[in-house]
Write a protein that binds this ligand. Sequence first.
Ligand SMILES: Cc1ncc(COP(=O)(O)O)c(C=O)c1O
Ligand SMILES: N[C@@H](CCCC[NH3+])C(=O)O
Length: 422
Amino acid sequence: MDHFQYRGGHLFAEDVPLTDIAEQVGTPVYVYSTATLERHVNVFRDAFEGLDALICYAVKANSNQAVLKTLARAGTGADVVSLGELRRALAAGIPADKIVFAGVGKTPEEMAAGLDAGILQFNVESAPELEMLNTVAGQRSRTAPVSLRVNPDVDAKTHAKISTGRSENKFGISWTQVSGLYDRIRDLPHLEAVGVDVHIGSQLTALDPLKAAFTKVVSLVRSLRQNGHVIRHIDLGGGLGIPYEPGSAPPPLPSDYGRMVRETLGGLDCRIILEPGRLIAGNAGILLTKLLYDKHGDERRFYIVDAAMNDLSRPAMYEAYHDIVPVNDPSGTERIPVDIVGPVCESGDTFTRARPMPVVRPGELLAIKSAGAYGAVMSGTYNSRPLVPEVLVNGTDFHVIRPRQTLDDLLALDRTPDWLAD
Ligand SMILES: Cc1ncc(COP(=O)(O)O)c(C=O)c1O
Ligand SMILES: N[C@@H](CCCC[NH3+])C(=O)O
């Protein structure tokens, strides 16, 4: 069920009219639904019933503390890719033994923090990283639990910028090097191989590439076990896509994904780790924005809104589609083709082109949907636009979970050297 619904002519987030949030917090503002976050965790968990499965939410998708606490209470672990994300996950109450640490460029400091916290495993992506982890673990008299992230060289059939499982990508260990590196782990005194990890990309809309990658992993696990390696975990990464565009073919359901995983890996007697990000947070959030101007160009009509590419970069970065709807119910009104653009001085600051939209008047609100994942976390301050606030709704309540950055805070980040002092 969608927790962003029209009621009495206005769009609500759960039981809160979005107009109330805009009035009290201003726009642009990200709005998240607690009920949707919880529902997504439960649907995903149900899809893996009967398997020993651990959901390690990919913190990169949305790392707000209140979101992480909501997910921690729903029982998820975390997939982190930096010291900052590790700190956030721990601060939100996610137990260290439910945290996996990924990423191609972990620093010794990050490795030390993960070891000290006692995380479940490091997903290691290269031979030199393996050596470094052994050194850092040795210095701390610890043994680091390791899964190697393998690169299965499978085309995930997604946008090139979010595809990670081809041999040309920087991610994962080449198939030809994998078994040699597991042997190397056996020789290194401060490492213990506990599993295999794979992640081929994000916003995946077909199961076939995932199945192809997992099938390769199954034969790898069998051969590693034959060579005496104890493989207890299989980390399947994240990547399952979500519906962004109404009317387009929907991505596979979590239940279809769960069935495929059970069929492909069920017989291996392993703990299955899953790292969904977008699936949990994407459709749990919107970006609420206000129409500033309705500009009639010679060739096109522009809705100029107060949100911009610095607030939500996905359309500019990946030509991503986001559904955009007026907060006042437009049912029955005619549609006109408009470009919806932000105020930033870039032509790429465009949320959509020639999209049939209802007539909206300046001052009225629009909701940019499916913005809960890779939205606020990827925002910036280009054009000296302060970071926008985030709000979490829970039933009839809502709370500002990150206030709007003030211009004073933004300016205070810069330092003036002595030679420029007045
Ligand atoms: C290693 C890893 N795990 C999990 C994720 C989360 O992916 P998604 O948000 O598509 O589920 C990503 C991002 O693509 C990733 O790189
Ligand atoms: N930032 C991407 C997803 C990246 C996934 C992380 N590897 C997006 O918005 O679609």
